[in-house]
Design a protein around this ligand. Structure first.
Ligand SMILES: [Mn+2]
Length: 321
């Protein structure tokens, strides 16, 4: 059931003992919304923990360095930035049917939660969450503000993607009033890279393949690639944008092998092409310019399958190309 801001605020105020679920392969938005909500609830005297199927990535260490999980048995399950219960990942799958509230911005949200607050025009789940916290009159301290700012900054590619609205800037400005050090966060999120991250990016650039009149790129990263080159899948978060950097490329695909024969596909659009619609053909979804899906099988078959899904959007008949 879709609910509004006021109902969401009332719901959160009336409940306690929260487990806040984030999506697998966590990004800055799900992490920021998870910890931002957790700290805001704790500041209201409530118990709250953040859960993720994967380990919390090191790059968001500033969000959780003094976090300290609390001991309690959960009464309220909330998910943030999780468009589909499947995205909770294997370790959190047990909660999929019990999510009481989902705060999100994915137009593709499947409505698996009992209550859903989704603003498809919001730049980030953190933007929606800021509005919830404002509605609640919650105390937003510097750390909470940093979490929320990070979610908006990362989901908008540092305020340059098409989802960057006036409101995204306005809310970020409000968060700056709470003391967010935007210079250091943006440097850490966008400019500073670990050696492993640079190795991962080098792999993406060197293994990029061009298809469909050079309007589409596909880059695959297999478990063997990570093993032989020495980087982990954590380093690939946020790298899908590289696939649409070449001039003339309209759709970029990054294929990551998660386990033997199971591939996570991230698709990006640098044009009018709606990649969310393409990924939906393969059981996935997301946003118009950034979407994903999961496919199983042989890598070469998966590439072909994806190309046959992408070709019509580029006005290309795959079998003649
Ligand atoms: Mn998001």
């Amino acid at each position: 059931m879709q609910i509004n801001l006021k109902e969401t605020a009332e719901f959160l105020k009336s409940r306690d003992k929260f487990y806040i679920l984030t999506h697998q392969s966590p990004d800055g938005d799900t992490m920021g919304a998870g910890f931002g909500l957790c700290y805001a609830l704790r500041s209201m005297g409530k118990s709250a923990n953040v859960l993720c199927s994967d380990e919390f990535p090191k790059r968001y260490g500033f969000m959780y360095k003094d976090y300290g999980p609390q001991k309690f048995s959960p009464e309220t399950i909330v998910a943030v930035d999780v468009a589909d219960a499947k995205l909770l990942g294997s370790k959190l799958a047990q909660y999929g049917d019990y999510v009481e509230l989902c705060i999100d911005h994915h137009v593709s949200n499947t409505g698996y939660a009992k209550r859903l607050l989704v603003y498809p025009d919001a730049s980030a789940a953190c933007e929606v969450l800021y509005r919830v916290l404002a509605e609640m009159g919650a105390d937003i301290d510097k750390r909470t503000a940093e979490c929320l700012y990070t979610g908006i900054a990362t989901d908008t590619g540092c305020f340059k993607y098409g989802n960057t609205t006036k409101l995204a800037h306005t809310i970020s400005a409000k968060l700056m009033e709470h003391g967010v050090d935007i210079e250091s966060i943006n440097r850490d999120m966008f400019d500073r890279k670990s050696k492993e991250r640079l190795i991962a990016e080098k792999h993406i650039l060197s293994d990029m393949e061009y298809y469909l009149d050079d309007k589409c790129t596909i880059t695959a990263v297999t478990l063997a690639d990570m093993e032989s080159k020495g980087f982990s899948s954590e380093e690939l978060e946020g790298t899908a944008g590289i696939t649409v950097q070449p001039e003339g490329v309209q759709v970029g695909v990054l294929i990551k092998e998660k386990e033997k024969g199971k591939f996570k596909v991230s698709m990006r659009s640098a044009s009018e092409v709606d990649v969310s619609a393409i990924c939906a053909k393969f059981g996935g979804g997301g946003h118009v310019k950034a979407a994903g899906c999961t496919l199983e099988g042989e890598l070469e078959d998966i590439k072909l399958k994806l190309l046959s899904g992408i070709a019509p959007s580029l006005g290309i008949d795959l079998w003649l190309a």
